[in-house]
Design a protein. Structure first.
Length: 133
């Protein structure tokens, strides 16, 4: 039902409503696990609003599920421009942690802790990775 309403809003084609409808469609397709459709709408949204870092961030995180390197190539410039999304370094650390890529996980987790030093879960993961065998 939400998808139907978003498509109707999208078809109205007013700039403000169209932006919100496109964002909704991009997000809805991601939730429905249709990354290709989600990507199409995110591309359209970013063309419409090229300076909106929130849209670019969500696009990058969407791509991580299908192409981690491509998603990170979109996210890295955003991380350089703002600290607004630094919370996501925990997720990046988790990705590397589960792939047993300790150096990459440690880098992400340590940076995350500079912003969120009281996260005990991340502190414990770092301790485990730094513990000598």
């Amino acid at each position: 039902k939400a998808l139907k309403l978003l498509r109707k809003a999208y078809d109205l084609q007013t700039t403000h409503n169209n932006e919100k409808a496109i964002w909704g469609l991009a997000t809805t397709w991601f939730i429905l696990k249709n990354i290709k459709r989600s990507e199409e709408y995110f591309n359209e949204l970013i063309k419409l609003c090229p300076d909106n870092l929130q849209y670019k961030f969500e696009y990058g995180t969407t791509l991580l599920s299908s192409d981690f390197n491509r998603g990170m190539s979109i996210l890295k410039p955003i991380f350089e421009k703002t600290k607004k999304f630094d919370f996501f370094f925990k997720t990046i650390g988790d990705f590397w942690y589960h792939k047993l890529r300790w150096d990459e996980a440690l880098d992400a987790y340590k940076y995350y802790l500079t912003q969120y030093p009281d996260d005990i879960e991340v502190q414990k993961k770092i301790e485990l990775m730094e513990r000598p065998d």
